[in-house]
Design a protein around this ligand. Structure first.
Ligand code: PNS
Length: 179
């Protein structure tokens, strides 16, 4: 009798989706939803980026907002990291980095990052998901700028966190007009 093929996998396949997420947009959320279907577990990794000036949210706030917006996706976890992304990937026993690509302009930088990360650790690959065409113009910066000028950010960010974003922008605005 032919030996039965072993079907059970012993290890979870874990992916890491890294970023600043200041704030999370619907473009990020779309990548999270789609990537969560490709892995047993997807970890959203929020970069602790001390060098970025005037962040809208602290790292803890960003983690909390992403948790709020992804509460309905069972295999998504949210963490934060300092330093090298590949170290965070290894610490979490992940096999791949997930990135979203919006336009050709993203490609050059992402190509360099993917090559650099593979140079650091050749076991870690980067998987790219093409952004949904309706999110091709969307970025955290665009959301911040629009909200700063009083524009409507409905449909650009998850409904669950929209008020948090508007409140935080308004707080920054009133702070800047006082000084
Ligand atoms: O949302 P962002 O700001 O475009 O995300 C950028 C991020 C976090 C993916 C990138 O800055 C990163 O990987 N930072 C960690 C430091 C690192 O590993 N750099 C590459 C090797 S020097």
């Amino acid at each position: 009798m032919m030996a039965e093929k072993k079907k059970c996998r012993t290890q979870e396949r874990i992916g890491v989706y890294p970023g600043s997420f200041d704030p999370l947009t619907n473009g990020h959320l779309d990548v999270i939803r789609r990537a969560s279907k490709l892995f047993d577990k997807l970890i959203v990794g929020v970069l602790v980026n001390d060098s970025k000036k005037n962040p809208l949210f602290t790292m803890e706030e960003r983690v909390a907002l992403i948790k709020k917006a992804t509460a309905g996706i069972p295999n998504v976890e949210v963490g934060s990291f300092k330093g090298l992304l590949v170290d965070f990937v290894k610490e979490n026993n992940a096999v791949a980095i997930v990135k979203g690509l919006r336009a050709v302009s993203d490609y050059e930088y992402e190509l360099q990052m993917a090559a650099l990360n593979r140079h650091i650790d050749s076991d870690i690959d980067t998987i790219f998901l093409m952004a949904d065409i309706q999110n091709s113009f969307l970025s955290s910066s665009v959301v911040k700028e629009l909200a700063w000028h009083g524009g409507n950010i409905d449909g650009l960010v998850p409904d669950e966190i929209k008020e948090d974003i508007v409140r935080s922008i308004n707080r920054l605005r009133s702070g800047s007009s006082e000084s």
